[in-house]
Design a protein around this ligand. Structure first.
Ligand SMILES: [Zn+2]
Length: 297
């Protein structure tokens, strides 16, 4: 590989990388690398704006067809469990007077759940149908993060958004700008140290895991480095496990998703909890929940 073609690591500028993905969830000419210096995992070449636009249309269509749901209202219903889960995670930080904004709020399912517990809620969503649905159910929608006033919110949420962004530092700078001092940015991303990927080494899982829609894959370590580099040194990164033991066994045996709850007749809550707790304790869990405190600049 000549120097011209060697991508530079977004975090540390390093040029030595290990290849971690050549095949993706959808056929595409990309490569997944892990930086040998700082361990950031990234997809190269990065998405062009045109590619990004096209991708979201496709990805969105896939979400709809998989769930056999065709309207934002159906998506709202289908995500009630997720909404409850996010609410549990963020609850310790929520205050009754908080002004809240969620970036990429989809059909507004999470904001609808916390609406009556906080001062105000608003969302950001690029998909037209979803925006209209949010407005119908009383959730105001902003056009762009860049256009939101400075120091105007107490909590900014971004669930499974950061990994899609090619310029996460710019996003964090904007998030920091719109948050009041003492406010917080709450981010959820997939954990690249997920035991299915890092330890069990299931080729079909690897191909499924790496989707060209994601530009970066973070670990506890690289996410923390990103926050520090963005001038946000005060943060907590909490490990979370969403998928269960049945799902993991199904991946091992059948090589595909969809095993959640499959062996519930055999595995009791005690075993399921113990398995998740062990993954969480070792940061081999599937999800990272970060709470970044914004200080006065
Ligand atoms: Zn690096």
């Amino acid at each position: 590989m000549s120097t011209d073609e060697t991508p530079r690591c977004y975090l540390c500028g390093g040029i030595d990388h290990e290849v971690v993905a050549r095949e993706f969830r959808y056929p595409i000419e990309k490569t997944g690398y892990r930086c040998s210096t700082c361990s950031l995992v990234f997809i190269h070449p990065p998405m062009s704006p045109e590619e990004e636009r096209k991708f979201y249309e496709e990805e969105y269509g896939i979400i709809y067809s998989q769930e056999k749901n065709t309207t934002p209202a159906d998506l709202f219903e289908a995500r009630q469990e997720d909404a409850g889960m996010y609410q549990d995670w963020v609850s310790p930080w929520l205050q009754p007077t908080d002004d809240c904004v969620e970036i990429g709020c989809a059909s507004g399912y999470f904001l609808a759940v916390i609406k009556d517990r906080v001062g105000s809620v608003a969302g950001l969503e690029t998909h037209l149908e979803l925006r209209q649905y949010c407005e119908q159910i009383g959730i105001p929608i902003h056009d762009r993060l860049e256009e939101m006033p400075e120091a105007s919110v107490d909590r900014l949420f971004a669930f499974f958004v950061l990994e899609h962004l090619g310029e996460p530092m710019e996003f964090l700078a904007q998030a920091r700008r719109v948050c009041r001092p003492g406010g917080s940015i709450m981010i959820v991303v997939p954990n690249v140290d997920d035991v299915l990927l890092s330890t069990y080494n299931i080729p079909k899982f690897n191909n499924f895991y790496f989707t060209p829609a994601h530009q970066f894959y973070y670990s506890k370590d690289t996410l923390g480095r990103l926050f520090k580099k963005a001038g946000l040194p005060k943060y907590e990164i909490l490990p979370k496990q969403r998928y269960d033991l049945s799902n993991h066994m199904h991946w091992m045996m059948a090589g595909r998703p969809g095993g959640m709850g499959k062996y519930d007749d055999i595995f009791g809550d005690r075993l399921k909890r113990a398995y998740a707790d062990d993954l969480v304790a070792r940061f081999l869990c599937d999800t990272l929940f970060a709470v970044v405190t914004v200080k006065a600049s």
